[in-house]
Design a protein. Structure first.
Length: 193
């Protein structure tokens, strides 16, 4: 019981750290929207939070980060960008944490699998959120806007995520702070005799 309480406190503290990093990291892009859209600075701490603390914490941090950042610093614009980012980042934290934690082996391969599934899921959810808020068509959200915003403009940030997050996780594994785990084998059923 004491171990669980200690682990929960540790996860809350780490989540607060990831939230703080997510609030401050966009200042490296100079608060310039176009650069932020390319570098995706808020995605990094949310993905790491989901991987290290679990899907519940990743979901919560992803959900509140863009909205809190809007109220503290005025960026991102709340509607529609901040709300769409909020559901997108919540999806990242949820999916990356869920897929990674349920992987039979936690290694670099399962890490990449979890990240790719989360990134694709988050971008689809972002597109759905934008369609729900803006509608579809010339005066709303278009397929061109989706592919540009979700993929083409985001290529530098996607590359950074695919390099930096596994590097951080491998470093944490080597130090023993967040070791890769391997599930124990299922016990074989006794043979009928």
């Amino acid at each position: 019981m004491a171990k669980t309480k200690h682990e929960n406190i540790q996860k809350i503290a780490l989540s607060a750290m990831f939230l703080a990093i997510g609030l401050l990291l966009p200042f490296l892009t100079g608060q310039i929207r176009q650069i932020g859209n390319m570098m995706l600075p808020m995605h990094l701490p949310v993905l790491l939070c989901g991987l290290i603390c679990g899907w519940q914490y990743g979901l919560e941090i992803g959900l509140i980060l863009p909205i809190l950042r809007h109220f503290l610093f005025g960026m991102p614009q709340l509607y529609p960008t901040g709300i769409a980012m909020s559901v997108e980042l919540a999806t990242y934290g949820l999916i990356v944490g869920l897929v990674y934690s349920r992987s039979r082996w936690q290694c670099v391969i399962s890490l990449y699998r979890a990240m790719l599934i989360a990134m694709l899921s988050g971008r689809v959810i972002w597109g759905i959120a934008m369609v729900l808020m803006l509608g579809v068509g010339e005066n709303g959200f278009t397929w061109v806007a989706f592919t540009a915003g979700a993929f083409f403009n985001a290529i530098p940030g996607i590359i950074i995520q695919l390099i930096l997050i596994p590097a951080v996780m491998v470093a944490l594994n080597r130090t023993g702070l967040v070791p890769f785990r391997q599930r124990e084998k299922e016990p074989k059923a006794a043979a009928d005799g």
